[in-house]
Design a protein around this ligand. Structure first.
Ligand SMILES: [Mn+2]
Length: 263
């Protein structure tokens, strides 16, 4: 059984709050009468007995939330085979990955994002949404970190890439023919801002030059491997236009869920 949980936390966003509201907006879009519950390969998620919405986490404020996300994820992973988490800002990925690696061992992480999120610290906060992958790599939670869609590389983050041996496919080097196949347990962390803000304006950091909706959907559909966990983060409903980013998030949620259901 796959579990889905919402992680309503955005206190460690560096620029703008809002993603704490994302889980409810993604659920609303998922259940919208304007669409149906089928994935593009015709899996009927409404009538699938293989997944369940476990509701939202109940989180305290500040750094205690990071510990609580890990603790609640530990409990969820004791009840469910695998989990898909709806964020929240990207700071939630560190405790989610930490918990997932306790169950499945060292992970290969496919990280789709405009940003590397590899800062050692940001505005004095080691748990900032700009830092989760530095924490993950420092603690050895992943054997491979593969980042795709990056288009904001800085000198410091480039040094972090070298330090941790991160495999980066910057957006400028990405090609549609690229396919991703991995050995061992795989975790997918999908930041909505990987998508171009023209398609996904409902995010905090508008970074032009990203994926089209079609490109990111197809990229996910072609991922091969044993997907043991995923998160979908950084939807900011306050910035959305007519709910189009929430609808894209719901679509990506469906395709990610299908990947988790596969094995
Ligand atoms: Mn990002």
């Amino acid at each position: 059984m796959i579990g889905v949980t919402g992680v309503p936390f955005d206190e460690f966003s560096s620029f703008m709050r809002g993603p704490a509201k994302a889980p409810q907006f993604i659920r609303q879009a998922f259940h919208s009468n304007s669409a149906n519950y089928f994935t593009e390969s015709r899996i009927d998620l409404k009538n699938s007995p293989q997944w369940q919405d476990a509701g939202d986490m109940k989180l305290p404020q500040g750094k205690a939330a990071i510990r609580e996300i890990e603790r609640e994820m530990d409990q969820l992973l004791a009840r469910y085979d695998k989990m898909l988490a709806l964020g929240g800002d990207h700071s939630v990925s560190y405790p989610l990955v930490k918990s997932t690696s306790k169950k499945f061992g060292k992970l290969t992480i496919l990280h789709l994002d405009a940003h590397g999120d590899l800062y050692d610290e940001f505005d004095g906060n080691k748990y900032s949404h700009a830092c989760p992958f530095a924490r993950i790599m420092e603690e050895g939670l992943a054997s491979r970190l593969v980042q795709v869609g990056i288009r904001t590389m800085t000198q410091h983050q480039h040094e972090q890439v070298q330090r941790f041996g991160v495999e980066v496919i910057e957006m400028k080097d990405w090609r549609q023919e690229m396919e991703f196949e991995f050995e061992g347990p795989v975790y997918i962390s999908l930041d909505m801002d990987a998508v171009d803000p023209a398609f996904a304006p409902g995010i905090s950091h508008h970074e032009p030059g990203g994926f089209t909706s079609r490109e990111i959907i197809s990229l996910i559909q072609k991922v091969k491997g044993n997907i043991v966990g995923a998160d979908l983060v950084e939807l900011n409903p306050d910035r959305d236009q007519g709910g189009i980013t929430a609808m894209l998030a719901a679509k990506l949620f469906k395709e990610l869920l299908e990947l988790l259901l596969k094995k």
